[in-house]
Design a binder for this molecule. Sequence first.
Ligand code: THU
Length: 124
Amino acid sequence: MPLDLLDQARRAARHAYAPYSGFPVGAAVLTSTGEIFTGCNVENAAYGSTLCAERGAVMAMVAAGFREIDTVAVVGPDGPCWPCGACRQVLAEFGCRRVLVDGHEVAFADLLPRAFGPGVQKLD
Ligand code: THU
């Protein structure tokens, strides 16, 4: 499964819109009930309006009616691409337990220990 999820993230990265950074990213979230949602980064001429791949995947998950993340996989263009701080906070909201990036599988709690939010009990 981990390879499949990374592969889905890699496929999503092909659709990234990253003309400003030249740094395409893809993400795939696996829900606790087995559904997979993907996202890619979508940049904007007003740079602050950019959305990261991970948050794009989470928004698609929520819009489809799911709220519990088991695992997130992230693929960038070059080596491990760890979720940024804002994405970690959003992933924590939905109870993310595990993170896969190229060559690494880690507990989410190691990326955002003592997280603030409703998911905090699930992350211990
Ligand atoms: N980016 C992501 O999509 N996810 C990350 O985890 C790190 C950064 C995007 C945002 C921006 O479009 C580009 O990568 C460069 O920062």
